[in-house]
Design a protein. Structure first.
Length: 53
């Protein structure tokens, strides 16, 4: 089931219906999509110390 698109996530649409829900991101497509999601992840890192290269 597809619940949303990358564009919807970027503009703030909630993707999960509960904290236990699983999110799967398929980045097949243009490299600009990879850059956009990477920037969003870095921006939203709220002290979780996500590992970045």
């Amino acid at each position: 089931m597809i619940a949303g698109t990358l564009g919807e996530v970027v503009i703030g649409k909630r993707g999960r219906s509960s904290p236990g829900a699983v999110t799967v991101f398929d980045s097949t497509g243009l490299a600009i999509q990879d850059l956009a999601i990477a920037a969003l992840i870095i921006e939203r890192d709220d002290g979780y110390d996500l590992p970045f290269p």
